[in-house]
Design a protein around this ligand. Structure first.
Ligand SMILES: NC(=O)C1=CN([C@@H]2O[C@H](COP(=O)(O)OP(=O)(O)OC[C@H]3O[C@@H](n4cnc5c(N)ncnc54)[C@H](OP(=O)(O)O)[C@@H]3O)[C@@H](O)[C@H]2O)C=CC1
Ligand SMILES: Nc1nc(=O)c2c([nH]1)NC[C@@H]1CN(c3ccc(C(=O)N[C@@H](CCC(=O)O)C(=O)O)cc3)C=[N+]21
Length: 288
């Protein structure tokens, strides 16, 4: 059996067209949706991602501001910038690219972002809202993974989902969203003794570790949906995920590629959250 591909580029194209329509409508009503992306330091990988985000914004007809700072920027200076963006009515979403240099406390910076502009969904208020089922921004990567399941018409209800990884930005919120969608969820991590024992039972596997070949074909139940969040480089320097794609595609029912899978969906959901934020800001202004 050969798995069907879940095309993150194709789904992104659909969803971004809707974002562009909403952006045009908002702009026509005098509210140009705006995203600020803040990058500290000059890691080449971050530069690429950040440029992609800004370009995606512009393509959707949204306003975007890229603020780049030297790695020596102090925490106080960064907090002051975040505060200025919180006050700026032209900005509806603020993204501070992670990781930050070691001398800056990332938690402190994320908590400084106004929750109504937290389009990354990383603020404790957003995480709390997700946990208790209230309105708030969902983290873009897991949100994008849920959209991919929806796209293929796969309802997680009653299914066993295994999430590999428990970070605050991917694994934990992914587990929460799957739980909300009525899956039975298992979360595995570096202290899980026999990963394959769990993944072999899974109808849905989400790999979010950051290591190549974490999931191989012997670990996958035939027909399972396999979502690969990982972003790694192989020995030749080529981009690859956490999943041994060539092996796993022979047993899985569905699989996401890297590149062209979850990565573009993350950027798409960032645009979706930003447009949603701008629409909320417009409603709040008209209610005043
Ligand atoms: N496509 C996209 O849009 C995005 C991709 N990424 C990529 O996704 C990957 C994960 O990112 P992120 O969540 O931030 O990473 P983290 O490093 O924060 O988390 C990795 C998780 O994997 C777990 N882990 C490590 N080794 C193993 C193992 N051998 N078996 C099982 N679990 C293991 C860790 O366990 P423990 O908690 O015990 O340490 C941890 O929970 C990275 O490759 C990253 O680049 C991230 C964000 C967006
Ligand atoms: N505050 C913050 N928010 C983030 O959302 C965030 C972050 N920090 N730090 C880094 C991670 C990583 N991340 C990716 C987004 C898109 C692709 C992406 O578009 N990938 C393309 C390939 C890109 C390439 O060719 O290198 C693809 O998979 O097809 C990858 C990774 C967002 N992150």
């Amino acid at each position: 059996m050969t798995a069907q591909l879940i095309d993150g580029n194709a789904l992104s194209k659909q969803l971004r067209a809707d974002v562009a329509t909403r952006a045009a409508a908002l702009t026509a009503r005098g509210v140009r949706p705006g995203l600020a992306v803040v990058l500290v330091g000059d890691s080449p990988a971050s530069q690429v991602y950040v440029r992609n985000k800004v370009k995606a914004c512009e393509d959707a007809g949204m306003h975007s501001v890229l603020e780049k700072y030297d790695a020596a920027l102090t925490e106080a200076e960064l907090l002051a910038r975040v505060d200025a963006l919180n006050q700026d009515p032209a900005i509806h979403g603020i993204l501070v690219q992670l990781p930050l240099p070691r001398h800056i406390d990332a938690h402190k910076v994320i908590e400084a972002i106004a929750p109504e502009k937290d389009v990354d969904g990383f603020h404790v208020a957003s995480a709390g809202a997700l946990m208790v089922g209230q309105d708030g921004f969902k983290p873009c990567t897991p949100y994008g993974c849920m959209k991919m399941l929806e796209f293929i018409g796969y309802d997680p209800k009653g299914k066993h989902a295994v999430v590999i990884g428990r970070s605050n930005i991917v694994g934990k919120p992914m587990a929460m969203l799957l739980l909300q969608a009525n899956a039975t969820v298992t979360v595995c991590h570096s202290a899980t003794p026999d990963l394959a024992h769990f993944t072999r039972q899974a109808d849905i596997v989400v790999a979010a570790v950051g290591k190549r070949d974490v999931l191989t074909r012997d670990m996958v139940k035939p027909g399972a949906v396999v979502i690969d969040v990982g972003m790694n480089r192989d020995d030749a320097g080529k981009l690859c995920g956490d999943v041994d794609f060539d092996g796993v595609k022979e047993v899985a029912g569905w699989i996401t590629p890297v590149p062209g899978g979850v990565g573009p969906m993350t950027i798409t959901m960032l645009l979706v959250n930003t447009i949603e934020s701008a629409e909320r800001a417009e409603r709040a202004a008209s209610a005043r």
